[in-house]
Design a protein around this ligand. Structure first.
Ligand SMILES: *Cc1c(COP(=O)(O)O)cnc(C)c1O
Length: 389
């Protein structure tokens, strides 16, 4: 007979990871033989560009890469990240102290609170938001304070609504623009207000920049690191996942304030052993990808965005037209909740979307579409939705 294996309180108390739950529902529908259109999860459907895959084939043959990597990342990778920031954002970074490799940005986000949060410290998390901000906080025995993102505030937190007592106990604030799940972008003015607040209350800002290269109409989003004072108050995590269709490769980076980046590095040194060097070397190739390839990708998403936006608008579903990201954040029709509408779409139309409340209570009343299927399938999805609302 086995011993009594009991989960820790911190794991037992976790909200169910929404994507795991949706996976189960999807599997049930698939087992029943449904022709499913899955526009639920934010995972690019297009493959990693060929020149990147080819670079990996060469890198993996090099025995130097078969040993433990350095914790903070290969020097050549960190230099290339700094070069990329210079080229793309005109931001200067010291690769020795201001750049750190990550096993995907999710890893960096999840580990960051362990470096700076003590029992009962507060972490300010946007909500709806990427669930890892909150979960990383809980794992570090911190207390997430949810900053609602509302349409009337252009999906940016209302700092004036946060009590001073909370701000005084806050150690970290997460921000994410272009935003998942709302697809909102923010302005320099917004970032400026965040930096002022960070100085006033001594809060580390961690900006999640996963979507800066997924934009429309030629309007390139800014990096938090471009702002005056950004390097004094925080860091930015970024990832090759969405930009280069490399979600499976697990490679990202953190840049910014050397003490913030260094603190995260300290946690990582004690928990993981860095990123497979062949992947880091390949990431150097990825960061030097011809803009024309990325532009072609963006065009594909833009055609999909336009089709889904026009189609949903025509059938009376209220949706903001994204300037960036491959998401669409839509209001559920009257009489539905996020959950009941998502279930309705799965059961009646074999369409998988993500219920907005899965990103936090303030996401109630919305669902999120991901533009991760081809145009014909999106059109088919619109036809099916039309029939069931
Ligand atoms: C997809 C995504 C990431 C990227 O995660 P990786 O671990 O780098 O694959 C980070 N933040 C947000 C908000 C995302 O949606």
């Amino acid at each position: 007979m086995a011993i009594n294996i009991e989960l820790s309180k911190r794991v037992k108390d976790l909200p169910p990871y929404i994507f795991a739950r949706i996976d189960k529902i999807k599997k049930n529908a698939r087992d029943k033989g449904a022709d499913i259109i899955d526009i639920g999860i934010g995972d690019p459907d297009m493959p990693t560009p060929k020149h990147i895959v080819e670079a990996m084939k060469v890198a993996v043959e090099n025995p130097e890469h078969h040993r433990y990597p350095s914790y903070e990342g290969m020097w050549s990778y960190r230099v290339e990240v700094a070069n990329w920031y210079k080229r793309r954002f005109n931001v200067t970074l010291d690769p020795a102290t201001e750049v750190l490799s990550l096993i995907g940005s999710k890893e960096g986000i999840g580990h960051l609170p362990l470096a700076f949060v003590d029992d009962g410290d507060v972490v300010l998390c946007p909500s709806p938001g990427y669930p890892v901000y909150e979960i990383g906080t809980i794992f570090a025995s911190g207390i997430p304070y949810l900053m609602p993102l509302k349409d009337e505030n252009s999906f940016f937190p209302d700092f004036a609504a946060i009590p001073a007592a909370v701000l005084k106990r806050a150690k970290i604030m997460f921000l994410n623009y272009p935003n998942n799940p709302t697809s909102a972008t923010c302005t320099e003015e917004d970032f400026k207000r965040a930096i002022e607040l960070a100085f006033k209350y001594n809060i580390i800002i961690c900006h999640d920049a996963a979507y800066t290269e997924m934009y429309y109409d030629g309007k390139r989003p800014i990096s938090f690191m471009e702002m005056d004072g950004a390097k004094e108050v925080g860091l930015e995590v970024h990832s090759l996942s969405k930009t280069y269709n490399m979600t499976g490769w697990r490679i990202g980076f953190a840049v910014g304030n050397k003490d913030a980046v260094g603190g995260l590095g300290k946690v990582k040194t004690n928990l993981d052993s860095g990123v497979f060097q062949a992947i880091q070397e390949t990431a150097i190739t990825a960061l030097n990808t011809d803009e024309a390839i990325l532009e072609a990708n963006r065009k594909i998403y833009q055609v999909r965005r336009d089709a889904l936006y026009d189609g949903l608008s025509k059938i009376g579903i209220e949706v903001n037209k994204p300037k960036a990201t491959f998401y669409m954040w839509a209001k559920v029709p009257a009489g539905f909740t996020s959950e009941s509408f998502a279930m309705h779409l799965i059961e009646k139309a074999a369409i998988i979307v993500t219920p907005g409340n899965g990103f936090g209570v303030p996401g109630e009343g919305y669902i999120r579409f991901a533009l991760t299927v081809g145009i014909e399938r999106l059109q088919e999805a619109i036809e099916r939705i039309k029939k069931v609302i």
